[in-house]
Ligand binder design. Structure first.
Ligand SMILES: NC(=O)c1ccc[n+]([C@@H]2O[C@H](COP(=O)([O-])OP(=O)(O)OC[C@H]3O[C@@H](n4cnc5c(N)ncnc54)[C@H](O)[C@@H]3O)[C@@H](O)[C@H]2O)c1
Length: 99
């Protein structure tokens, strides 16, 4: 998947949650959404470096980036993720589940 936008559309102002975002398909989708101007809430069961993720994805065009330690097998962990996104962004437009 290309990191740069492939169409005329933009996602400025949209907030996307991506699970499994630490690597693989989730990380590739996060980079693509960043290129479209979305804000990103990155979720993974593995730890991610928030400063490193924010710097890398903001350089691609993301407005804001947050990082969340989430186990998608655990409903309380998923509820906490949604609550954190609601608190930090006030909206949730796109959900990508790869984890
Ligand atoms: N890569 C492919 O070609 C391909 C093809 C078909 C299906 N899939 C499926 O798509 C999914 C993602 O594939 P990938 O190649 O990106 O895998 P990957 O192993 O590279 O990345 C998966 C990510 O999900 C995270 N994760 C795993 N369990 C989690 C959990 N319980 N909660 C939160 N995060 C969790 C991992 O820590 C990792 O960062 C997998 O289920 C895979 O089986 C992949």
């Amino acid at each position: 998947m290309p990191d740069a936008p492939i169409g005329p559309w933009r996602l400025d102002g949209a907030v996307a949650v991506v699970t499994g975002a630490a690597r693989g398909i989730g990380a590739a989708i996060a980079r693509h959404l960043a290129g479209l101007g979305a804000s990103l809430a990155l979720a993974d069961v593995e730890p991610m470096n928030p400063a490193e993720q924010a710097e890398r994805l903001r350089a691609l065009g993301a407005h804001r980036v947050t990082v969340h330690r989430v186990d998608v097998r655990d409903i309380s962990s998923c509820i906490a993720l949604v609550a954190a996104v609601a608190e930090e962004f006030g909206r949730l437009d796109i959900l990508v589940n790869t984890g």
